[in-house]
Every structure is written in structure tokens, then in C-alpha cells.
Design a protein around this ligand. Structure first.
Ligand SMILES: Cc1cc2nc3c(=O)[nH]c(=O)nc-3n(C[C@H](O)[C@H](O)[C@H](O)COP(=O)(O)O)c2cc1C
Length: 207
């Protein structure tokens, strides 16, 4: 009889231990699931941020990029060349540095520094001056430096008189297929903040 009782007690303990470890395992599983859910929610939150990126040698594009960042409450990033452009570099039709770079679509001028948290941004407003009908080659360097898959890029440019033309299309092909390119716009020097705001409202950027 004593043997039977001790046998029953042993079985009872084994069942109790098994039940305990099962409930601990399911508790752990729930903890993991909730951590994954939180990370997904956090990622969804931050990926709605907008970054205004610009390159500007004489301040025209810079002013408009600053307006855009103020209007959208967005972060601002300036593309700064490792080798800054001098006045002589920018003198066009002199076969100077800028002319030579624009003559060769494979040139990629180096950028000093970079955007560390690009994954936080969902929308990029990209401003550049027109150089011989195209974006300066340093914009190609920028676009090839990050993965813009699934992100939206809204280009704008400034110029003396040329339109945005094929410049934005030629930049678009440097990005992943899943990058959404919005229609770009050319602005002249001295464009008002109100005009920039009107355009941004028109492009329906959700920030
Ligand atoms: C090398 C070079 C080439 C240029 N080519 C053109 C051009 O093809 N068409 C045009 O309208 N303006 C042209 N410009 C003028 C610039 O697009 C214009 O001044 C622009 O607003 C400058 O922007 P930023 O002040 O932000 O550098 C050129 C300027 C430079 C330096």
C-alpha cells in the first residue's frame, strides 16, 4: 500500500512540474510576441518622418529647402562635398570642375558625412540646382549611398531659367524600383515661402 501511495505521489509531482514548465513557456512566448508587436509599432511610428535634403553652392536652393523644412516641421540635411566648390569651379562654360563633372554621368563627387538614421525617414524632399540641364553629380552620389526602397522622394530644383526637364527622371533610375518618385518642380531665385507651401500642399505629403 505504501508503495502505491508513493507511486501516486511521484506521478502527481511529475504532472505538476510538466504543467508548470508549460505555463512558463507560454508566458515566455507571450512576452516575445508583445516585444515583436511593440517593435513593429515603433517602426511604423518613426517611418512617417520627412527629411529635407539639399545641395546648394550659392544659397538659392538652400533658402527653399529651409522653407520646406519649416513648413513641414521636417529635419534638414545639407549635402556637403568633401571637396568644396570654389567660384572658379562653378564658372560655367569655362571647362571648369562643374562643367567637367556634368559632361560625365559616371562622376560621383564624394560627400562629407552622411545621414545616420535614414531608416527613420519615409519621405525625402530633395532640392538641387540645375547644372547644364541636370542635377549636379553629387546628387547621384547621395542617391546611391542609401537604400530608398519603399520611400517617397519629392524632387525640386532651382535654376536661372531651365526647367526640371529630365533631371529628376535621370535621378529616379538610380534608386530601387520600389522608390516612389513624385513629380518635381523648378523654382526661381527669390521664390517666396508661400509659393513653396502651396507646392508642398499640392504634393500631398503626409508628415
Ligand atoms: C555649373 C553650372 C551650370 C548651370 N547650368 C544651368 C542651366 O543649365 N540652366 C539654368 O537655368 N541655370 C544653370 N545654372 C544656374 C543655377 O542652376 C542657378 O544659379 C541655381 O539656382 C543655383 O543654385 P544654388 O544657389 O542653390 O547653388 C548653372 C550653374 C552652374 C554653377
Amino acid at each position: 500500500m505504501r508503495k502505491i501511495v508513493s507511486l501516486l505521489l511521484s506521478f502527481g509531482m511529475i504532472f505538476a512540474l510538466a504543467a508548470c514548465s508549460q505555463s512558463a513557456a507560454s508566458e515566455k512566448q507571450e512576452q516575445i510576441q508583445s516585444a515583436v508587436q511593440k517593435t513593429e509599432e515603433q517602426e511604423a511610428d518613426v517611418s512617417t518622418k520627412t527629411l529635407v535634403v539639399y545641395f546648394s553652392c550659392t544659397g538659392t536652393t538652400k533658402q527653399l529647402a529651409e522653407y520646406a523644412a519649416e513648413i513641414l516641421g521636417a529635419d534638414l540635411y545639407e549635402i556637403v562635398p568633401e571637396d568644396l566648390y570654389t567660384e572658379a569651379d562653378l564658372a560655367y562654360y569655362t571647362n571648369g570642375r562643374a562643367d567637367q563633372e556634368q559632361n560625365d554621368s559616371n562622376v560621383r563627387p564624394a560627400i562629407s558625412g552622411g545621414v545616420e538614421n535614414m531608416n527613420e525617414y519615409n519621405t525625402i524632399i530633395l532640392g538641387y540646382p540645375i547644372w547644364h540641364g541636370q542635377a549636379p553629380r553629387i546628387i547621384s552620389t547621395f542617391l546611391e549611398s542609401y537604400d530608398f526602397s519603399g520611400k517617397t522622394i519629392v524632387p525640386f530644383c532651382t535654376s536661372h531659367s531651365s526647367g526640371i526637364g529630365s533631371s529628376a527622371d535621370n535621378l529616379h533610375v538610380l534608386c530601387a524600383d520600389s522608390t516612389l518618385w513624385m513629380e518635381g518642380r523648378r523654382f526661381e531665385s527669390g521664390t517666396s515661402k508661400e509659393a513653396m507651401e502651396e507646392w508642398l500642399n499640392h504634393t500631398d505629403i503626409s508628415n
